[in-house]
Every structure is written in structure tokens, then in C-alpha cells.
Design a protein around this ligand. Structure first.
Ligand code: AHN
Ligand code: ZN
Length: 316
């Protein structure tokens, strides 16, 4: 026969055993679940401090975290915004294995910006903050749900910081410390006296389609080992299209104040080098709604973090 079927038999690939390290089983991060948690926050409307949506969403987050974590501490107070507004805030602090010495801190901000100052219209109206706020919290909620189902030996703290995004637009020294007010409060009033962690990871704007995470300046300066570990882990999982081995800019964000108290902390933040301010087009506009959220991005970030924390070794 001139035309015969190719009956070449496929041999199963045998993976050689290269070392004796026991393989850690990393549970699957359910991206659809994270997406639902992002949407649930947006369904409360904007989460601007002192607003109804902010109170209702805060109550929802506390209830959910109490159902998964070993302990939840709510840190309440009032901080002064740069414009004189008094902001009622709640930092929501959830812990797994609160007694463990070796700890990893995961954090995100849950409040949303009161203005759409980067938009062309309705700039005085609050944004929905699906990406800027809800995405990081949604990913961390799914991780919390997984930590309840699958135990780790190290301690994990998940903090949802409040009053991050009420800051002054534009640069200058005045604007500098006007963001991250909840984190600044926490850094001066730790929920556990002498609290520390081996390192911290901040998620900020981690839900948009085709997000690009680059090495943020302070993260690389203070916690290059953490950056390398996270980016290498992402690469091993096939997420190199999201986690680029490139320098990004310097961002004044919640991780600054965590670094300032001696916890090396990185910021995983979506960057866009083609835009003037370095952030995605929807940043601080009304386009920051559920339409920009992509489960593939949530999965890339969530599964990478799951792998990082489940592979943490407990050392004395
Ligand atoms: C400033 O705009 C100074 N920092 C960016 C922090 C931020 C705002 N992240 C999300 N929204
Ligand atoms: Zn913002």
C-alpha cells in the first residue's frame, strides 16, 4: 500500500527521579470561585469609606473570612484623609495557624476610590473598583477558602486593608502618604504586639485581561528573593505571559508601610508601559468594572500564590 496509516506506537514518557524531595500537592485554585468573590464585592456598589456599600461589603468580608480562617481580628478606627475627611475604616485580619512562628502575610486593599479622576466624564463619581480593590481581595478569599479545606503547616495571615485609595491625585510629597491609610494605621498599631512575618505579598489590580506584572522597584530593592521565587513559580506553571522578567516602575502602595516595619514585602501590580502613568487604561476610571475582569488572570495569580505558600517549608 502506498497510503498506509502511520501506526507508530506512542511510548509513555517516563520521568526520571532526580531527587528525593517529596512532592508537595498544591490544591487547585478555583478561578471561577475567585471571580464570584470579585463580583460579590462589586454588587455592593462602590466601597468608599463612610458609604453604605462600604459598610455592607465589610460585613460580608468579615462573615466570609470567619467561616474559613482560624481567627479574624477587625481593627476599627478613624483616619484623616488629606482633604480633612474623617474616614471610618476597618482592617480585616484573618489568620491560619495563628500560633505558628513562620508566617507569610498576604494582603490587598478592599476599599475603592471615591473619584474617577482619570476618566473623561463623571470624574466626581466613585468607581466600581472591580480590578482596583476587588480583584486582590477575591483572589485572597479563594485562597482562604482553600486553606480551610487543605491545611498548611506555616502560619498565613490575610489582611484586607481599608482606606487605601482616598489619596491625593498626582505626585508631590503631599500626595506621598495620602494613600494606604489603613495600612499606615496598622503599621503603627499592630493587631498582635510585635507581629512579624517572614515576608509579605500585596495583590493590587490582579484581575484584568492580559495583565502584566513587572518587577516593582521597592519590591525588588527590599525583597528580591521573594520576587524571584514568585516569578519563577509563575514561570514553572506556564504563566510567563503575565509575570514578565522586566523592570516596572516604583509604586507607592500598601507594601511600602509593611516594608517599613521590617517585613520584606512585594507588590504584584498590573503595569502598562504604554500608558503615561504606568497603569492600565481602566485605572481610576469608570471602565474599572466587571467587564475588565478575566478568570485566566485571576487563576495565574491565585495558582502561583497557592504554589508559593504550599511549598513553604516549616523550619525551626
Ligand atoms: C499612587 O497613585 C500614588 N499609588 C498607587 C496606589 C494605588 C492606587 N493602587 C491602586 N490604586
Ligand atoms: Zn486605585
Amino acid at each position: 500500500f502506498l497510503f498506509s496509516c502511520n501506526t507508530k506506537t506512542e511510548k509513555p514518557v517516563e520521568t526520571p527521579v532526580t531527587n528525593n524531595t517529596p512532592q508537595v500537592i498544591v490544591p487547585e485554585f478555583i478561578a471561577d470561585s475567585a471571580y464570584a468573590f470579585v463580583k460579590a464585592q462589586c454588587d455592593f456598589g462602590p466601597r468608599v469609606p463612610n458609604s453604605k456599600g462600604h459598610i455592607a461589603c465589610g460585613d460580608y468580608l468579615i462573615e466570609k473570612m470567619e467561616s474559613w480562617a482560624d481567627t479574624v481580628i477587625v481593627q476599627k478606627g478613624i483616619v484623616n484623609a488629606y482633604d480633612g475627611t474623617k474616614l471610618n475604616f476597618r482592617n480585616i485580619i484573618s489568620s491560619f495557624n495563628p500560633q505558628a512562628k513562620n508566617r507569610v502575610l498576604l494582603f490587598a486593599h478592599w476599599d475603592t476610590r471615591p473619584w474617577a479622576d482619570k476618566d473623561e466624564k463623571d470624574i466626581d463619581k466613585p468607581i466600581l473598583g472591580a480590578d482596583d480593590g476587588a480583584s486582590g481581595v477575591g483572589v485572597l478569599m479563594e485562597i482562604a477558602r482553600q486553606l480551610n479545606l487543605n491545611k498548611v503547616e506555616i502560619g498565613i495571615d490575610i489582611i484586607f486593608f481599608d482606606a487605601e485609595d482616598y489619596g491625593k491625585e498626582g505626585g508631590g510629597s503631599e500626595a506621598e502618604d495620602s494613600y494606604a491609610l489603613g495600612t499606615q494605621y496598622w503599621a503603627k498599631n499592630l493587631h498582635v504586639p510585635g507581629y512579624t512575618a517572614n515576608y509579605g505579598i500585596l495583590l493590587d489590580m490582579v484581575g484584568a485581561k492580559n495583565a502584566q506584572f513587572r518587577f516593582e522597584g521597592l519590591s525588588y530593592e527590599r525583597a528580591s528573593g521573594v520576587v524571584q521565587n514568585v516569578w519563577k513559580t509563575a514561570e514553572s506553571l506556564g504563566y510567563s505571559n503575565y509575570f514578565l522578567h522586566q523592570d516596572g516602575g516604583w509604586v507607592t502602595d500598601d507594601h511600602v508601610y509593611v516594608n517599613n516595619i521590617g517585613i520584606p514585602a512585594i507588590d504584584i501590580i498590573n503595569s502598562d508601559l504604554s500608558s503615561r502613568n504606568g497603569f492600565a487604561k481602566h485605572w481610576h476610571t469608570h471602565a474599572d468594572n466587571m467587564d475588565v475582569i478575566d478568570t485566566n488572570t485571576l487563576r495565574a495569580v491565585g495558582q502561583t500564590l497557592m504554589s508559593v505558600i504550599f511549598k513553604e517549608k516549616v523550619s525551626s
